[in-house]
Design a protein around this ligand. Structure first.
Ligand SMILES: [Zn+2]
Length: 282
């Protein structure tokens, strides 16, 4: 028979692994007292809308189903946006628009964009100061000599997109390309994190807690919470088998004591960024 001390040790190890790293015992996941929403679900890899709705119901969550819209993506014009809206009409899901790359602001009309419950984008596609367009998840496209220069450029791009693009949520936040991802905690200095957080506050942009990549870090979330940033849970699934149940989001909500008041909710129609901020240059 195992001793009480052994069981206590095992419990502590389990709690530490799950992100509850402080001395006191934390609540269990069941103690999140508000409904979680996964705002970043894609109908990819064969996942159908009906299956997604069934999974959300089984998990006790709600989904925001998002289409990828932008240069080189499935939807590149208003017709595509309206077709997507029609597909989700009347279903118990939020309608999400994932705005891709930096060109998206030139491809769609404000009227069509305003049909969505929310718009989000990430900083994984951008052009560096030498004119090289990079998608950060594709190693062959990521080119830089100095990682500090790269980081400063990334931070500047994130701030610019928040300042200029009418988005509700910054997703896949703080994502780093594979070549430097292991140095995440060193390269994401507090100074860099605060610059991104300031821009989010200034523009009323929520920041995703991403379950797939397990980003941003707990350190980042704590700093952002202190600054008053709102958070949106999201998976960014690649198919039907990697949807999960927002495990990283749940860990962070408990570890950082996030409450319903810290969480993003879609804005009412007249407060949508596409209407209040508009598209750049229009
Ligand atoms: Zn996505």
């Amino acid at each position: 028979m195992k001793s009480a001390a052994y069981l206590l040790t095992v419990s502590c190890v389990v709690l530490t692994i799950s992100g509850c790293s402080t001395g006191s015992v934390r609540h269990s996941a069941s103690q999140i007292d508000f409904q979680l929403v996964d705002y970043h679900v894609h109908l990819k890899g064969g996942l159908t809308l009906d299956e997604a709705i069934a999974i959300a119901e089984a998990n006790g969550t709600r989904f925001g189903i998002a289409e990828n819209c932008g240069l080189g993506f499935p939807v590149t014009d208003d017709l595509g946006l309206y077709a997507y809206i029609k597909k989700l009409e009347g279903k118990p899901v939020y309608k999400g628009m994932q705005a891709e790359g930096r060109e998206w602001v030139t491809l769609f009309s404000p009227e069509a964009i305003a049909q969505f419950d929310y718009v989000f984008t990430d900083a994984m596609t951008w052009t560096d100061d030498n004119g090289n367009r990079m998608r950060l998840w594709i190693p062959e496209e990521v080119k830089f000599d100095d990682k500090q220069v790269f980081m400063d450029m990334l931070v500047e791009r994130i701030i610019t997109l928040m300042d200029t693009e009418p988005i509700d949520i910054y997703v896949n936040p703080t994502f780093l390309p594979a070549v430097i991802s292991e140095e995440y905690d060193v390269l994401w200095t507090e100074r860099r994190m605060l610059k991104v957080i300031d821009a989010a506050v200034r523009n009323d942009v929520a920041i995703e807690i991403n379950a797939r990549y397990r980003i941003p870090s707990e350190r980042f979330i704590r700093l952002a919470k202190k600054a008053g940033v709102k958070f949106a849970c999201g998976t960014n699934n690649g198919g039907r088998d990697d949807l999960g149940n927002l495990e990283y989001c749940r860990e962070m909500i408990l570890a950082c004591n996030l409450t319903a008041a810290d969480m993003f909710t879609p804005k009412p129609p007249h407060k949508k960024p596409i209407l209040t901020k508009g598209l750049p240059g229009r």
